[in-house]
Design a protein around this ligand. Structure first.
Ligand code: FEO
Ligand code: CA
Ligand code: CA
Ligand code: CA
Length: 680
């Protein structure tokens, strides 16, 4: 490990006010440029984006809904990783979802059968981009390199392989891969992970929503001897009687042999083999994974890392890597009352692997064998990592709710295993981030409308009512979310116990300081629904004792007051605050909970950016010198549609009068006008 000189730490900018304007606002002394927008062509042969619904070939354009993102420095030769390069690099980013209407000339064409031409655009607008980006000079402008041989789109149709304990398992046998070793594509990719061996992890979040499952499928599976699949599908939110997002399965392919639309219907087809190889009844088991991509090898098939379990994977960030110690990978499962997980490799870290050229093989080494754990938070501020290991505790064939067959069954059904172990249901675990100076792990708990006064606990202690000023009904539950953090026992990633507290509670600064605005936020830092999160540069680059924590919001509750935002923080350490008794506004004294609260953020948490209308701020990374910060603006104007757009960002960013220009998700670059490190 590097020894660093501890320097005083302070935030070096003036807070940006809350705003409802259709523009990205940053502090005085900073500039924003727009780098990579929905529809921008990545190959040289694809025309510029018309942005009127007529564009095609999204497999060679930027997808929609930019999300998690990593910057990888690129060597002068243009082919290899160079972790010191701040002028040339690759950006890998997720395209989580679409704002469907804006992709078509007059919105979605009505009818029981989707037009194939519309469905293929929508499918290809999902997935991942890898693009080459470059800065003209140390103080110059950034651009992406259209036509770079490293540019790549990964879509829901891209061939992939399975690796780890579930590879080849009966549950992964499909029409496309009868031996259960190959997958097809990735979807609803939310947050990410940046591996020290220069690969990109992309995480499949709300994949379940895309599947159609017709009424009658429960009975059909039971009759076919597949009743366990009904338990599993229900636990992952795929009940019967659903059309699936965007109803892609209704579209008729122009190529009669193609299954790109039919695969989104998971209903058993009578007369087909009963092992998933004739219909698409196993297709849902091929999603819900963490996927590793080598951004430096566009020909390499991405690998679905099954050892990390199957869930609504939000993100997967690695903890500190220390030679001889098994590294940990921290993950949230984003749905109400789901859990926080960590995977500990079976293999201790070897520093030489950071410069190896067989990057996906290094991924095999650290991500295919190890132990998956789920978190239990105790009221006294302690916690346990409970192992998801077949044969231990309730994870056996004798389990009454779901009889587990083997370790692959435990991983495919990680949620059922975590239920059985007694993990703590959380207020929607979103991103994880690890403080490189301390090893402490932070996880955003974005909000939870189903958190009620009767079932608050120390780690999820708030249930309250937040009125609205824009005519909407009041929100209830944990309306504004919080950020929990933990410190592993003895500061080792291999620990099976930890200490925890809550770093900050989201809230409007006008709300009750005793029971809701527990972190005593003020007008410079009040926020709601924390989601994206990333620790900035290590101390030895910034000269600071503590790296900056960047916090981004994805909020519907606070949008009567402000658009979504990004804040910077100097976060302190676990246990730097105290304990408090919280009285829930929904339930009175009987529902009070003692909880552990971090030091009041005060001047160490400050609003740095506010986004345009109806956007989410998500995805963040920087160049290694800290002077260029990349941020994604997701779905501006998502509440509108073709002919009724509710934002014209990014056109509004330059002040141009653009009338009704359709909004576009986009990557922006933030630089400091004096050429310094962003944020300090
Ligand atoms: Fe894609 Fe949980 O946000
Ligand atoms: Ca998110
Ligand atoms: Ca969110
Ligand atoms: Ca979103």
């Amino acid at each position: 490990e590097t020894t660093v000189t501890l320097m005083p730490t302070m935030l070096g900018f003036t807070a940006v006010p809350k705003s409802l304007a259709d523009v990205v606002a940053v502090p005085a002394g900073y500039s924003v440029s727009v780098l990579y927008r929905l529809g921008d062509p990545i190959s040289g042969s694809v025309p510029a984006y018309a942005n009127n619904g007529t564009d095609t070939n999204f497999a060679q354009r930027a997808g929609d809904h930019h999300d998690g993102m990593s910057y990888f420095g690129l060597s002068a030769s243009g082919t290899a990783p160079d972790p010191t390069s701040s002028l040339r690099g690759l950006l890998a980013m997720n395209h989580e979802n679409i704002t469907e209407s804006y992709l078509h000339p007059n919105g979605v064409t009505a009818g029981a059968v989707r037009l194939a031409s519309e469905a293929i655009k929508e499918i290809e607008a999902h997935g991942v981009s890898v693009i080459e980006v470059a800065r003209a000079s140390a103080t110059g402008a950034w651009s992406y390199t259209q036509g770079s041989t490293l540019n790549r789109r990964v879509t829901p149709n891209t061939p992939m392989t399975f690796s780890g304990p579930v590879r080849g398992n009966a549950m992964l046998r499909t029409r496309q891969s009868p031996d259960g070793t190959a997958g097809r594509g990735t979807i609803n990719n939310c947050a990410n992970g940046t591996m020290p061996w220069h690969t990109y992890l992309t995480c499949e979040e709300n994949w379940a929503g895309y599947f159609r499952r017709d009424t009658g499928d429960v009975a059909a599976r039971t009759a076919a001897g597949r009743a366990k699949e009904n338990v599993s599908l229900a636990r992952y939110g795929i009940g019967q009687g659903r059309a699936g997002n965007y109803a892609w399965s209704t579209a008729v392919p122009t190529d009669a042999t193609s299954t790109v639309f039919a695969r989104w219907n998971a209903t058993i087809v009578p007369g087909m083999p009963n092992d998933g190889t004739g219909d698409f009844s196993h297709e849902p088991f091929t999603f819900g994974w963490v996927v590793e991509i080598d951004p430096f090898d566009p020909a390499a098939a991405p690998r679905k890392r099954t050892a990390l379990g199957r869930m609504n994977h939000e993100g997967c960030e690695v903890g500190r890597t220390i030679a001889g110690v098994k590294p940990a990978f921290y993950m949230g499962d984003d749905a109400q009352n789901e859990y926080i997980y960590k995977f500990v490799s079976a293999t201790p870290w070897s520093a030489a692997d950071a410069t190896a050229t067989n990057r996906l093989a290094i991924g095999d080494k650290y991500l295919d064998a190890g132990t998956l754990y789920v978190a239990k938070f105790n009221a006294d501020g302690s916690g346990q990592w409970l192992p998801l290991v077949f044969g231990q505790g309730p994870l056996t064939s004798a389990n009454a709710t779901y009889p587990f067959a083997d370790q692959a069954d435990v991983l495919v059904n990680a949620r059922l295993a975590a239920d059985a172990l007694g993990a703590t249901p959380m207020d929607r675990p979103e991103w994880t981030a690890v403080n490189p100076a301390t090893g402490e792990m932070y996880c955003t708990l974005t909000n939870n409308a189903s958190r009620s006064a009767g079932r608050v606990d120390a780690a999820n202690p708030r249930a309250y009512t937040d009125p609205k000023t824009d005519g909407r009904a009041a929100s209830t539950g944990n309306v504004n979310g919080h950020v929990i953090r933990l410190r592993e026992t003895a500061d080792t990633s291999e620990a099976t116990t930890f200490a925890w507290d809550i770093y900050a509670f989201g809230a409007g600064s006008d709300l009750d300081p005793n029971n809701i605005n527990l972190s005593q936020l003020d007008a410079t830092n009040d926020f709601s629904s924390p989601d994206g999160m990333w620790f900035g540069l290590p101390s030895n680059v910034t000269g600071q004792a503590t790296p900056l924590l960047w916090l981004q919001t994805d909020d519907g509750s606070y949008t009567d007051v402000t658009n979504c935002m990004m804040l910077a923080a100097i976060p302190g350490t676990v246990g730097d605050g105290g304990t408090r008794t919280v009285v829930n506004s929904l339930g009175g004294a009987s529902s009070s909970a003692v909880t552990r609260i971090g030091k009041t953020p005060g001047t160490t948490l400050r609003r740095f950016l506010v986004g345009p209308k109806q956007c989410e701020i998500t995805g963040i990374h920087s160049t290694p010198d800290g002077k260029s910060l990349f941020v994604n603006i997701q779905h501006p104007g998502e509440g509108g549609g073709a002919g009724n757009n509710t934002s014209s960002w990014p056109y509004t960013q330059t002040g141009a009068a653009t009338g009704s220009a359709r909004p576009r998700s986009a990557t922006i670059v933030i630089t400091k006008d004096d050429g310094g490190v962003v944020g300090i």
